[in-house]
Design a binder for this molecule. Structure first.
Ligand code: SF4
Length: 323
């Protein structure tokens, strides 16, 4: 474990900060805050920061749920309501960026938990991290499902004048009702689209990850095209589809949710997800639907794969899940 539970610090926070009506915040001191992505990965970054663990957005499909089990907590309610807060994240980052061994590589936030989940409204760690990265002129990226990113708009604009500051929203459907059922703590997609528009207006060139696309719920061609169009209309620089993937633990959690809420899909999922990923032909169909909409909007002259930026995004759907 890279951090220690700080019970002395908990006393400083006071009971009202440790225990909200339905959320417990668990302050800890991280030993390091910049994490290195282990092993060879097909990811555009090697370093990450996650100032929180657990996520109040409570997405039923969240790939990060099993990380709570490493803490002796469960991947269900505990993941959603018992949020670990690395209270020394900002000071740790300042020290690690100043280390001569640090080579100034891009740091991704939002890879394992949402940096703008409700805890951020209380602790302001993401805000402090952006400030440090900006002052150090260290490139970074942020991925979120929250409109709270707009709170830091001025800070992000300032950072983008100093370094590479990538901002992305994750929007897997434009159906607010479906999102309310599958992402009960996150902002509705309609609000996220408005956030994309504001980020674009501010010159931050936001990207959208169409993530995750849920088989049987948000994956028909018309839904995909409407979602793609809405994101491009809002000002997304690129759109990249990511299909649901289900690793052990999350698979059982998600299938349990389907059994209860969408039982007609449960059997198909048990067959289709014999492994973690949907069969390739289904993934390709989803990519093609997004690509067709991007091409249609561009007058049929773009060959990108769901990108509104001349095809700079990946040529196949990413299956790495995201917040
Ligand atoms: S998918 Fe992202 S926003 Fe949703 S619960 Fe997981 S970390 Fe939070």
């Amino acid at each position: 474990m890279r951090w220690d539970r700080d019970d002395g610090q908990m006393a400083l926070f006071g009971a009202e900060h440790r225990q909200l009506p339905d959320t417990e915040y668990m302050p800890v001191n991280a030993r390091r805050i910049i994490n290195t992505v282990p092993g060879p990965q097909r990811l555009p970054f090697r370093y990450t920061i996650n100032a929180y663990r657990g996520c109040r957005h409570a997405c039923v499909y969240c790939f990060a749920r099993p990380t709570h089990e490493f803490l002796g907590l469960n991947l269900g309610e505990d993941f959603e309501r018992r949020i670990v807060v690395k209270v020394n994240a900002v000071e740790k980052l300042r020290a690690e960026l100043a280390d001569p061994a640090w080579e100034g590589e891009l740091i991704a936030m939002g890879t394992n938990t949402d940096p703008y989940q409700p805890a951020e409204g209380r602790y302001h760690l993401t805000e402090g991290l952006i400030r440090e990265l900006s002052e150090a002129r260290n490139p970074f990226s942020i991925l979120t499902k929250s409109t709270m990113i707009l709170r830091d708009l001025d800070l992000l604009v300032e950072a983008s004048g100093r370094t590479r500051a990538g901002v992305s929203l994750s929007i897997g459907t434009i159906d607010d009702d479906l999102a309310r059922r599958t992402e009960p703590g996150a902002a509705p997609p309609s609000s996220r689209l408005q956030a994309v528009a504001k980020l674009a207006e501010a010159g931050l060139a936001p990207s959208v990850l169409l993530a995750p696309i849920l088989p049987g719920l948000s994956d028909d061609s018309q839904q995909l095209r409407s979602l793609t169009r809405a994101c491009l209309d809002a000002g997304a620089r690129s759109v990249t589809p990511i299909v649901l993937h289900l690793r052990p633990g999350v698979r059982e959690h998600y299938l349990g949710w389907l059994d209860e809420h969408e039982p007609q899909l449960a059997g198909q999922h048990r067959q289709a997800y014999s492994g973690a990923y949907l069969p390739r032909r289904e993934q390709d169909r989803i990519t093609e639907a997004v690509r067709a909409e991007v091409s249609a909007r561009a007058g049929g002259c773009r060959g990108g794969s769901g990108s509104a930026d001349g095809g700079r995004s990946r040529s196949r759907p990413r299956t790495r899940p995201v917040p």
